[in-house]
Design a protein around this ligand. Sequence first.
Ligand code: SF4
Length: 504
Amino acid sequence: MGLVGGEDGGVETVLVLGDQLDRGRGPLARARAGRSRVLFVESRATIRLPGWHRQRLHLVLAGMRRLAGELEAEGVEVDYRPAPSVPAGIAAHVREYQPAQVVAAAPSSFDGRRSLTALGVRLERSEAFLCHEDDFAAFAAGRARFRMEDFYRWQRRRLGYLMDGDAPAGGRWNFDGENRAGPPRDARAWPKALRQPLDDLDREVLAGLPEGSFGAAPDGLWPTSRAEALRRLEHVVAEVLPTFGPFQDAMLAEQPFLAHSLLSPALNVGLLHPKEVAEAIEVAWRTGRVPIASAEGLLRQVIGWREYVWGRYWQWMPAYRDRNELVATRPLPPVFRGGQTAMRCVGEVLRSVAARGYAHHIQRLMVLGNLGLLAGIEPLEMARWMQRGFVDGAEWVMLPNVLGMALFADGGAMATKPYAAGGSYLNRMSDYCKGCRFDPRRRTGPDACPFTTLYWDFLDRHAERLARNPRVARQVAASRHLGDLGEVRRRAGAVLDALDAGAL
Ligand code: SF4
């Protein structure tokens, strides 16, 4: 069926979801003045789900309203419809406009696709990623077992980024070893994050958010228009990327961004496409503006990790979200819901999440995720908390990252070992421990770092399973020989009780 008119001569409606704000791809790319109608639904049921960060809701709603305004300015007919739910909004639209059909790019979530299909919406192949999930499935089908690195090299080869013929630019595929430095000791200047002043549309969106949404109001850090997203990409290439590489795993209490790109929110709602970011990286390196380790480090995140996570999500859903191999059943502790904590690392990262809906990947994995892993927090609850609490959250991002990478709930499908770490790792990679009342070197006693205590207790609790994993077998064996294992167990019990009571 063509875009203009169905059998009844009606006009086709293009449904645009909140993370499909890409004017240049999918059915929305065909929308033209006088020939198309575009439907946006603001679902009250979704907006009112508990736990959304105010800045996440603002990003999506302001992004939708700005795109709707841009389409109207082009002369495209827009039905912007607040509704009790997405299905209710579509049904009301169909009753009112009688479109020949409703079409949408395939949603990014498993449930979204199922729901729209059941409603009779025709789904088109999503072009939001460089590697479509069907192509990922074909890649996976030929391999008994593969890791992100295999997929990343395949992406590099077939897409041609940072390649010199068949060889990787700079002579190596991977500059990870140069990108894991601890925090620098000098007081260097970090790139300044751009902001854009809020306007009337932003204020209108904020005025309509439910009372009690989580987190601070936005301050212009996250772009909500295509033009602003492109300005951020230019800024990243010129000002951030040159210093991106070496300190991407470091954590500093006073520097929430370091040299991270902050592009994931715009990418994850469609205001930027990964192809644009990859091409900008390529040009920056070819013109000598950034070192290869920095260029490769960001390219790895954009065409490697991000697309690998997307592919794995579709490969393993829907069974994946029920995975809980370590039988972790602890409810999310009060500290994640605004409670106080004396653990400085956790407190600083959660403050950053509340302030801006953001923490960088090591803060997510090795502070919050590590705490969830060591304490045995129920995986899906933790994933949902991150999905709604982070401005770049989405189910496809959070299930593989939280269940797989952080909590080892898939038994090692995503990660070759549990990313469990005690206080010494956090002390090496951050400046948090200096101002903390706990001692990262101690595992017992009232001053013992909770991470250090829980790390040894975790190895002890899961010794039987983890002893079979060659990447942690040595640490498990060491835990069996601790002279103070009984005291570690007692201290761990007290730490977990305090965590549950919001008193840690
Ligand atoms: Fe975190 Fe432990 Fe360091 Fe305190 S001592 S900041 S709890 S790692």
